[in-house]
Design a protein around this ligand. Structure first.
Ligand SMILES: [Zn+2]
Ligand SMILES: [Zn+2]
Length: 341
């Protein structure tokens, strides 16, 4: 099979590989569509990821497709079933899983390799995080279950109330999905980003106002102007830059929640004004990844077609274009791309 391997920073190669052998409980998918993700771009640029993978490795983590082969003991599925397989599953057994804090599972093992003709799905994912795709839902849209699950998890942990004024920092796919998720919960979302085209998608997903940060010298000052001088009720950061984490905190009103969602480069540090944290009673939250509950609600939301998430897919491209697609993502010419093997 043709498969992409990541060897290091900006070193992605398409290679001919043997079909993966299946152990008991595993499933082999014929990939229908694999969507690119901001995390993939980060990992490609940095040459690795602390939790997800170490090169050389199969690459890509969002996919939907058809079951091509079943490992020993797999029940409840048939060859040809259309499914979406999340990129991880918790163990349901460790210290954190026993506390139902599944995104912190100590044994969360990540599956990579969606940029390929076939994808091996480990037994834990088959058991807990592989779901049937409804007939009318295209693979490319179903493949976005994983990032949307992370966003729904992030939104649920943001203490958002109907009518809250929310500052969303970042117009990547995750930031745009957050706009949709928070607007759906009744928040007024003010989206800040760097690309007019992406900001316009944000508007269609429910942002009440969009701002190009290149044109604004003082973002916290602007936020205060449209929040009666106080700052936002909730700020969500989805860029993964330490400076933007600090900016997010600066945009918050007293009593606000700041959801620091974008993972920064390893060993990053930010500085905090302790007086603001204390006297303004800020809640600073890191939120990571998703849980099986949100994987299910993400697929349901995509399948409902209530929101036009397909706008996030800029293009569909053949797998052989993968290198060029990453260059296009780096240049921010595309949001997500559906790779078709
Ligand atoms: Zn992703
Ligand atoms: Zn666990």
């Amino acid at each position: 099979m043709l498969a992409a391997l990541l060897y290091g920073a900006e070193d992605l190669r398409l290679e001919e590989r043997d079909l993966p052998e299946l152990a008991a409980g595993e499933v082999l998918l014929k990939v229908g569509a694999a969507t690119t993700c901001g995390t993939d771009l980060k990992v490609w640029r940095r040459g690795g990821h602390a939790k997800m993978l170490k090169p050389p490795t199969l690459f890509g983590h969002e996919a939907a497709g058809q079951i091509w082969a079943l490992g020993e003991g797999v029940t409840g599925w048939q060859l040809g079933d259309r499914v979406v397989a999340n990129n991880s599953a918790p163990c349901f057994n460790c210290f954190f899983c026993q506390k139902q804090e599944y995104s912190l599972c100590a044994n969360l093992s990540f599956n990579n390799g969606t940029f390929a003709e076939y994808l091996r799905v480990p037994a834990a994912i088959v058991r807990h995080n592989m779901l049937p795709v409804p007939p009318h839902l295209p693979d490319a849209v179903a493949a976005m279950t994983e990032p949307l699950a992370c966003v729904l998890h992030g939104a649920a942990r943001s203490n958002v109330q109907p009518g809250d004024r929310v500052v969303m920092l970042g117009d990547g796919a995750i930031g745009l999905m957050f706009v949709a998720a928070l607007a759906r919960l009744g928040a007024e979302v003010y989206l800040f980003g760097g690309s007019t085209a992406r900001l316009q998608i944000g508007e269609r997903l429910g942002a009440v106002q969009i701002f190009n940060h290149h044109k604004i010298a003082d973002i916290p000052g602007l936020v205060k102007r449209f929040t009666d001088g106080w700052g936002a009720d909730l700020v969500v950061e989805a860029t993964g830059s330490p400076q933007v984490w600090e900016l997010a905190i600066a945009c918050a009103r007293p009593g606000a929640t700041v959801n620091l969602f974008g993972g920064c480069p390893r060993d990053s540090r930010i500085s905090l004004n302790t007086e603001q944290l204390h006297y303004s009673e800020l809640t600073l939250k890191g939120v990571f990844h998703s849980t099986p509950q949100y994987v299910r609600s993400a697929l349901e939301l995509l399948a409902s077609r209530e929101l036009p998430f397909e706008l996030l897919i800029s293009e569909q491209r053949p797998l052989c274009d993968l290198e060029q697609v990453f260059q296009d993502m780096k240049a921010r010419r595309v949001v997500k791309v559906a790779m078709l093997p």
